[in-house]
Design a protein around this ligand. Structure first.
Ligand code: FES
Length: 180
């Protein structure tokens, strides 16, 4: 019995003998080619879905273990493609009320700090052209990459959020408070 998927059909449907010489010399098995493409696509979808499930399960287990050790959770912030270079994003970590600000400073460079100014808790805003976070309340400034105060009344640095890149997404994995 002939397997339908194995039949060679030239693109114009005419028998092989009527095909030009170049096509007879280099026949393309279209049904087989489409079959392989569909099979490879299905395989790809199954593998990526499996990898996603494993990744999510890994995060759940890690969070459980970290919780037992009293460590902050691992939380997904955004897909890398969703944050162009120079853009920022406010998120809550480890609790929704703990406002943090994430800035993409380069292709593979990200920084995230607490959004509250360490002087009197106004919200700071990133100014990439001046390489700083600026607090408009009393003209306080913090270094964009270290979070250290560089001008105005603040004396303490902004708490830094520790980041990890995993599977094309950015995750918050902890908060580091530097003492001066
Ligand atoms: S609250 Fe930021 S400088 Fe005063």
């Amino acid at each position: 019995m002939t397997n339908r998927e194995q039949i060679t059909i030239p693109p114009d449907g005419r028998p092989l003998e009527e095909q030009p010489k170049w096509r007879r010399d280099f026949p393309i098995d279209w049904p087989q080619d489409h079959y392989v493409a569909r099979r490879d696509f299905t395989k790809f979808m199954v593998l990526t879905s499996f990898a996603f499930v494993v990744g999510q399960a890994w995060i759940v287990v890690q969070n459980f273990l970290r919780q037992r050790r009293g460590q902050p959770p691992i939380r997904r912030i955004a897909a890398l493609n969703d944050l162009p270079i120079g853009q920022s994003l406010v998120f809550g970590y480890p609790e929704p009320d703990d406002k943090r600000i994430l800035v993409r400073t380069g292709e593979d460079r990200f920084v995230a700090f607490g959004q509250e100014c360490t002087h009197l808790a106004c919200a700071v805003v990133p100014e990439l052209d001046k390489q700083r976070f600026f607090c408009p309340c009393h003209n306080g400034s913090f270094d964009l990459t270290t979070g250290r105060p560089i001008a105005g009344p603040p004396r303490r640095p902004l708490p830094r959020v520790l980041l990890e890149i995993r599977d094309g997404a950015l995750y918050a994995v902890g908060v580091e408070t530097t003492m001066v």
